[in-house]
Write a new protein. Sequence first.
Length: 263
Amino acid sequence: MKKVVTTLLVTASLFLGSVSSFAASIDSSNTIPTKMNPGSVVEYDESNQMIIIDQGKLVTLPSVYQSTVTQFKSSNVDAEQLKSEEEFVKNIKEEAQNLPVYKIENPLPQPGLRVLYDAEGYIKEFIYPQETTFALAAYKALPRGTRKAAGTYTYGSNNNKITVTSSTVLGEGRFTNFTDTTGENSNTLKKGDAATRGDIDNPKYEQVLDARNLDNNVFANVTKRDNGALPDATLDIWKTGVELFDLKWSSSLSFKGRYFYSF
């Protein structure tokens, strides 16, 4: 049986001294909403009450099954490649059966914490108050070319899962898109670039990732040239790179996908 470990973003061992005086003001039953209006920004006051800084805007999002998707073409799917890939993924999951599972929880509300929501209304970023002990919990990428210890890491509200074995990484869940201009190596980002969740999996710069759009089974190679917090995604595709997966770009586009590579 797998051992399940719950990991809080606010690591108790780091904050033991300050938490004792602070814990009384935290209602452990109070959690940060996992979804708000697209583009919302909220912040928590000294009583851990949520203040809406920007209420965002309700929008009718384009469905990935409607006009934003290039019409699916069966010729875009290599059946033999898909079969081989499925076997490879199966082997990864079989090895992972004997590895621990870590559930990464969102932080609890705390004074000064600001939460940004993306164009679909899911959590995009946690911004911690500066000059406080809690700021240490802010996103920090692993050294480039490394990943967490072998195990399966689950998080977010979209069934995100990153599995690390002795020699492979498999990311499954939500793929999003971003429009930054500069990547992790002061490089200019371009079509085909991608960012991983760097505090779990931070491959070497220019690591080629095998990736698949699981909504239409279209395969593409993307290149890791950035990393990010990705609290509710496993991979971030740079803007027009979504076209490699037979999708038409929009700021609110996400899709179900998986990526994998060996190291």
